[in-house]
Ligand binder design. Structure first.
Ligand SMILES: C[S@@+](CC[C@H](N)C(=O)[O-])C[C@H]1O[C@@H](n2cnc3c(N)ncnc32)[C@H](O)[C@@H]1O
Length: 284
């Protein structure tokens, strides 16, 4: 039932600042005053879920809950999860034609090269599975045994669950070439499920890119995709996230961000242009 008193609640500027500071402190995510209404509606949704009727009590709950359970629930509401398979196709072309060729070339002397990939801010899994499919397609054409794994991490636990299921609606696969669809997905009812041999290569888990400890626990990767994530941080938090990503990349490995995010990337990375795309390399 609609609770009129509840819906009449308004987040004032003072409390908006308190909430946005707390969110920034815990996740790095930055909400400026233009997001006041957005934050208010999401916070109120969580308050209603918990039966909490004032902002002070909800703020205190977030502040004192050391398990961060409620904070993670709030994060599910305030993170933007837009994504798609092979989003920004030219970047996937650059990944396949340039990055993968380079990496496989560099590992040429190993008997069985093993490559590791990270989808940082993986949302519902489309990016991580696109990476795996690109690698399968690449190694199909070369006379070499290459093994690999992809890890997808996100701060929102609800998207990780969907990513793990690997089941997508037809409209979520729009534009996927027929042969790729047939090879890597099976039809289950009205939906498409990522085939098991692809799922075996892809793992998903919770990690906060802003948190040094979370990130160092993930290990090292030959390529990190971190696209449409940096835009949600302010400059200071973005630097912290880039530092964490730098440490997570093997020397000679690559970072791929969205084109709109490729400005002010730490100059510890070398910028490499390939056709119309830019990738960043952690120097050897
Ligand atoms: C817009 S989606 C981008 C998904 C995918 N990278 C793509 O480009 O299609 C951004 C994702 O980053 C996640 N995210 C935001 N802040 C994060 C953080 N501090 N740590 C990990 N993931 C984060 C969000 O939960 C969301 O799923």
């Amino acid at each position: 039932m609609k609770d009129n008193n509840f819906f009449g609640l308004k987040l004032n500027r003072e409390f908006f600042i308190k909430f946005s500071r707390l969110i920034k402190e815990k996740s790095g995510l930055f909400f400026d005053l233009s997001k006041m209404y957005f934050l208010e509606t999401r916070i109120k949704k969580r308050m209603q879920e918990r039966g909490i009727r004032d902002f002070v009590s909800y703020y205190n709950l977030l502040k004192t809950d050391y398990s961060d359970r409620e904070f993670k629930e709030l994060l599910n509401e305030i993170t933007i999860h837009e994504t798609s398979f092979f989003r920004l196709n030219p970047q996937f072309q650059a990944f396949s034609d340039f990055v993968l060729s380079e990496l496989i070339g560099k590992k040429r002397d190993l008997n069985q090269p093993y490559l590791t990939f990270l989808s940082a801010g993986c949302s519902t899994g489309e990016e991580a599975y696109s990476i795996a499919i690109s690698v399968f397609e690449k190694i199909r054409g070369i006379n070499k045994i290459v093994d690999f794994s992809v890890l997808g991490v996100d701060i929102s636990v609800s998207v990780i669950e969907k990513a793990r299921r690997g089941v997508y609606k037809e409209r979520e696969l729009e534009g996927m070439p027929e042969d790729i669809l047939a090879k890597y997905f099976e039809k289950v009812g009205d939906n498409y499920k990522v085939r098991d041999f692809v799922k075996e290569k892809v793992l998903f888990k919770y990690a906060n890119l802003y948190n040094e400890e979370d990130m160092s626990a993930l290990g090292r990767f030959d390529t990190v995709f971190c696209r449409y994530v940096l835009i949600y941080f302010d400059e200071m938090a973005k630097m912290q996230v880039l530092d964490n990503l730098y440490s997570a990349i093997n020397p000679g490995g690559y970072l791929i961000v969205a084109p709109s995010e490729s400005y002010n990337i730490s100059d510890r990375f070398a910028k490499v242009s390939y056709k119309n795309s830019i990738v960043f390399m952690r120097p050897l």
